[in-house]
Design a protein around this ligand. Structure first.
Ligand SMILES: Nc1ncnc2c1ncn2[C@@H]1O[C@H](COP(=O)(O)OP(=O)(O)O)[C@@H](O)[C@H]1O
Ligand SMILES: [Mg+2]
Length: 255
C-alpha cells in the first residue's frame, strides 16, 4: 500500500479536485483506493458525491472524541473508499493542531490502520502548506504531488517550501494545474519552476478547463462530461503516471 499526499502552498490550487479525480480514475483502473480528507475544510466528500458535508470523520478522532474514525467511512459509486474529515468547532480544531504538534506520527499511524493490499493507494487531501495537517500528510506519504497553479505567488511559495517538502518526503513531484499556455507569463513561470525544482520534478500539467466548476456543480466527472477536452486528456495522463508509479498489479487483479 502506498500513500500519496496532495499538497499546495496556496488555496484553490486544485488539490481536492485532483484528489477526487485521481481516486476515481485509479479505481476505474481496478486499484483499491482510499480517499482520505485530512483538510478541515471537509470538501472532498462533496467532490466524491456526498450531498451534504460529512458531519463525522477522522477530525473527531484527532480532536480526541470517543469512537473510531473507521466507523464513518463509505464507498462511492466508483468503488472509492472515502474517509471524511468531518465538521469541527474552533476549539476542536485548535485541539487537533495541538495533538498533531505533540504527535508527529499521528497520521502515519492512522494510515497504517488502513488495511489495503500491496497494490492499494491512499490519497490524502490537505489544507494549505505549511500547516500541521499538510506537514504530517507529507511525512506519511511515499509520494507528494504539489499542486501549483501557474501564478507568481503559488510558484514563489512552492519554490521556497520545496526543501522542507523534500525533507518530509523523498519523492516530491509538481503538478501544474489550470495551465493556459497561451499566456506568456505562465510559460515563464513554468520555466522558472523547472529550473528551481529540476526538470524531473515537474511531473505533469493540467490545462485550465472552463467546464470544470460546472461539472462539479452537476455532479459529473469532467473526464466523462468533456472527454475530448485537453484537461480530461491531462487527467488521464496523471492517473496513468500514478498507476505506473504504484506497484504493478497482477494481470488477474485488473477487471
Ligand atoms: N484544471 C482546472 N481548470 C479549471 N478550473 C479548475 C481546474 N482545477 C480546479 N479547478 C477549480 O478550481 C477551484 C478550486 O479547486 P479545489 O480543488 O477546491 O482547490 P483546493 O482544494 O486546492 O483549494 C474549483 O472551483 C475547481 O473547480
Ligand atoms: Mg481543497
Amino acid at each position: 500500500m502506498k500513500t500519496i499526499a496532495l499538497i499546495s502552498t496556496v488555496g484553490g490550487a486544485g488539490r481536492t479536485t485532483l484528489a477526487a479525480m485521481l481516486a476515481t480514475l485509479l479505481a476505474r483502473r481496478a486499484r483499491a483506493v482510499v480517499a482520505l480528507d485530512f483538510d478541515p475544510e471537509n470538501m472532498l466528500g462533496a467532490y466524491l458525491g456526498l450531498d451534504t458535508l460529512a458531519p463525522n470523520g477522522i477530525g473527531a478522532a484527532l480532536a480526541g472524541q470517543a469512537g473510531a474514525w473507521h466507523d464513518h467511512t463509505w464507498r462511492n459509486d466508483e468503488g472509492v473508499l472515502f474517509v471524511p474529515h468531518g465538521k469541527l468547532t474552533l476549539a476542536q480544531a485548535a485541539a487537533c493542531n495541538a495533538r498533531l504538534a505533540a504527535n508527529p506520527r499521528w497520521l502515519a499511524r492512522a494510515i497504517g490502520e488502513i488495511g489495503l493490499g500491496e497494490n492499494g493507494v491512499v490519497l490524502v487531501d490537505t489544507p494549505r502548506y505549511p500547516s500541521q495537517h499538510a506537514d504530517q500528510a507529507a511525512r506519511s506519504a511515499d509520494l507528494v504531488l504539489c499542486v501549483c497553479p501557474p501564478e507568481p505567488a503559488a510558484c514563489a511559495t512552492l519554490v521556497a517550501h520545496l526543501p522542507a517538502l523534500r525533507e518530509a518526503c523523498a519523492d516530491v513531484r509538481i503538478v501544474v494545474n489550470r495551465l493556459n499556455p497561451a499566456r506568456e507569463m505562465q510559460r515563464d513561470l513554468l520555466a522558472m519552476l523547472r529550473h528551481a525544482a529540476g526538470g524531473g520534478a515537474l511531473a505533469h500539467r493540467i490545462h485550465v478547463e472552463a467546464a470544470m466548476g460546472e461539472a462539479f456543480a452537476r455532479g459529473v466527472w469532467i473526464v466523462d462530461a468533456a472527454p475530448q477536452s485537453q484537461a480530461s486528456h491531462d487527467l488521464h495522463g496523471l492517473a496513468q503516471f500514478v498507476d505506473a508509479w504504484l506497484p504493478a498489479q497482477a494481470s488477474g487483479e485488473r477487471t
